[in-house]
Design a protein around this ligand. Structure first.
Ligand code: GLA
Ligand code: ZN
Length: 671
């Protein structure tokens, strides 16, 4: 159990009253109270308001907003307002704006638009954060700092280019080391001076945004960009800390967002917060996966900083959340580790691109809406939910490896198949554990593996230093390891581990992969398990030789028919499974069943069910979240009959069923 960061479930969201006249503010507060909200996130995009010019700061309006919320004892999540630059800054210092991948320098407009290496931006962002902390840092109602907003994107300006060279010098020390790391003797790209290195954009090594001629430089640019934005975060954090040493500091993240190495980021953050915006057709297993990834970053409860009460505006198709859906999604979020439920936005804006974005208060301005009623109901439930859930853990025995360097490298690599996508591969494996109700933690390559019984590492393309040793030790002491195609191929510079694939994983897998075939859309191989069951192989197909391993399934078509496609190797006290192709879901399930059995991992419930069942535990109790995300009406698993549902305080009777989006939260005290 982690010490809870907040005293209560924060239930609120982004609130921008400065878009409205004063009489609307008092209506807001009345409606917030009616809907059981207890917090608000403010000042996220108010830089232009609080600093109208280079010399002038004006906190009068923000003072009023904070006073109003403080009077009502609302918890305040205070933004530092630095995610959208004020117009005056662009006018006087155009270099604060970003330059895009095509080399075009952007002007005033949109948001998330600062060059992370602009000294002007840094100076004013630091200053505004410090001033905010000086003014509001000791306000008891300010319970959390929200730095910037959804850090992301990249800048390719000359300033960044100069900083990149400094970053590279720091990393490689000598130009020879850099040439070697990037394999620059290929195509005669050898550089002799640091200032010959140019930024990898469309005018240089970039083929298009997703493809590059030299992955080494492009991966390093991703690392540099992620580090640079992290420096921006740290700079604001440290400025806040001058005046406020206690209040937790966060910035809102975005799940599997590609460009920032979140595992590195969270080492600098007090608590993880994130914004959950699935599309109408995102599988529930993917939503669960995002939550698990966000919780795993620190392996601690997180904040749900944003979700929409009803619909978004920026997706191609912004469906409404159906009755009960927002509530079920909120409990799913909590089940996977959230200690807050917050919305974007509290009142619908009247103009610009977010006027069709859902809000607690609709344009009609009343509490008489379906969405408002659902929010009110959820708020009432959260209030009476046992506070013990705050800070409770999500225990797991299964780790799935997730790594941003690997993500970047895998998707930059040219060949063998352009359709190979990192998140999609990870999700195919995650989906199995989701269906089985086996809880999962995501593990970065450098995390200790000793608490796990099963480690799954799909497309572990990049194997960095130390990883082979950690995995070897894990398997030798009795762990079960699952990996497969496109694994063990390169080192951290994206240069191949020589001596045969899967390089550093070869010994523990007990196989050698001689060739990798690519299968285009519509093409597939057939495969056959030893017990006769048949399956399908798509995307990539490894041509495998057994060394010490045994085959579980062979190809039954193509010129490599009868050669192994799935293998198992006993290694030390443990086992390695190797899956040499993308499998149809039933076949993947079959192999993962074997791995789970070998690892002696058990699901949360013995009973098979299509319900999502997740537990959070604290010192003495277990909280079971039972959720129905299917369209069928499903029976409550028998183990819960007779238990009390915390949301209704009713005993769950025999023949209880759950309709779509129904939820039970059940507490069991450990004997
Ligand atoms: C993001 C931002 C918010 C808002 C929402 C809309 O998450 O952080 O400011 O724009 O998207 O969905
Ligand atoms: Zn820049």
């Amino acid at each position: 159990m982690t010490k809870p960061v907040f005293d209560r479930f924060l239930y609120g969201g982004d609130y921008n009253p400065n878009q409205w006249e004063r009489e609307v503010w008092s209506e807001d507060i009345e409606l917030f109270k009616e809907s059981n909200l207890n917090s608000a996130t403010i000042n996220v995009f108010s830089w232009a308001k609080i600093q109208p010019s280079e010399e002038e700061y004006d906190f009068s309006e923000l003072d009023e907003i904070i006073d109003m919320l403080t009077k009502e004892d609302y918890d305040i999540v205070l933004g530092t307002a630095t995610a959208a630059l004020p117009a005056w800054m662009f006018k006087k210092y155009p270099e604060v704006g970003r330059t895009d991948f095509q080399g075009r320098q952007h002007r005033f407009g949109q948001r998330h638009n600062a060059c992370p290496n602009s000294l002007i931006y840094q100076k004013y962002a630091r200053k505004i954060s410090e001033k905010l902390a000086e003014r509001y840092g000791d306000n008891e109602n300010v319970v959390c700092w929200h730095v910037n907003n959804e850090y992301g994107g990249e800048c390719f300006c000359e300033n960044c280019e100069k900083q990149f060279r400094v970053w590279l010098k720091n990393k490689y020390k000598t130009i020879d080391a850099l040439n070697k790391a990037w394999n620059m003797h290929f195509w005669g790209h050898t550089v002799y001076e640091w200032d010959e290195i140019v930024i990898p954009n469309e005018l240089s090594e970039g083929i298009d945004y997703d493809n590059t001629a030299f992955s080494g430089i492009s991966i390093d640019y991703r690392r540099f960009n992620s580090d640079g934005m992290l420096e921006n975060f740290k700079m604001e954090r440290d400025a806040i800390r001058i005046h406020d040493q206690e209040t937790p500091i966060t910035t809102n993240m975005m799940g599997t967002y590609k460009l920032l190495d979140y595992f590195k980021w969270v080492k600098e953050m007090d608590i993880v917060s994130w914004d959950n915006y699935p599309a109408f057709d995102t599988p529930w297993s993917k939503v669960a996966m995002d939550h698990d990834l966000m919780r795993s970053l620190k392996n601690q409860p997180f904040m749900l900083m944003e979700q929409t009460p009803s619909q978004q505006n920026w997706q191609p198709y912004n469906s409404l959340k159906k009755p009960g859906q927002m509530r079920a999604q909120s409990y799913q979020t909590m089940a996977h580790g959230a200690d807050t439920i917050q919305f974007f936005q509290l009142r619908r804006t009247i103009g610009a691109c977010e006027k069709f974005h859902g809000a607690v208060i609709a344009h009609a301005g009343t509490s008489d809406t379906r969405v408002f009623r659902e929010i009110t109901q959820l708020g009432a439930e959260l209030k009476q939910l046992d506070k013990n859930i705050l800070g409770s853990d999500n225990p797991t025995k299964v780790g799935i490896m997730f790594d941003w360097d690997n993500y970047w490298a895998l998707e930059y690599t040219s060949g063998p198949n352009k359709d190979l996508k990192y998140i999609d591969q990870i999700h195919q494996y995650y989906r199995y554990f989701y269906d089985q109700n086996i809880p999962v933690e995501f593990v970065p390559m450098d995390r200790d593996l000793s608490k796990f019984d099963l480690i799954v590492a799909p497309v572990l393309y990049m194997v960095k230093e130390g990883v082979q040793e950690r995995l070897t030790e894990f398997v030798k002491r009795g762990g079960t390891f699952v990996t497969g195609f496109m694994s063990g191929i390169v080192d951290e510079s994206d240069n191949v581990h020589l001596g045969g694939y899967p390089g550093p994983l070869r010994e523990m897998a007990g196989i050698w992969v001689e060739e990798i075939d690519a299968l285009a859309p519509g093409q597939s191989n057939t495969i056959q398990f030893k017990d006769g069951e048949k399956g399908v192989s798509t995307l990539l197909a490894d041509v495998i030789h057994l060394e010490k391993a045994e085959s579980i399934a062979n190809y039954s078509s193509n010129f490599y028919t009868e050669t192994p496609v799935i293998t198992k190797n006993n290694y030390g006290n443990g086992q390695t499974f190797y899956i040499g192709t993308e499998l149809n879901p039933e076949s993947l399930d079959k192999v993962l069943d074997m791995a789970v059995e070998s690892a002696k991992v058990t699901p949360i419930l013995e009973e098979k069910t299509k319900l999502e069942v997740i537990t959070r535990t604290n010192n003495g109790s277990e909280f079971y979240f039972v959720l129905n995300f299917t369209e069928e009406e499903l029976p409550l698993p028998s183990t819960f009959i007779g238990a009390t549902d915390l949301l209704t305080n009713e005993k769950l009777k025999e023949k209880t069923t759950l309709k779509q989006y129904d939820v039970y939260v059940i507490k069991k005290d450990r004997e």
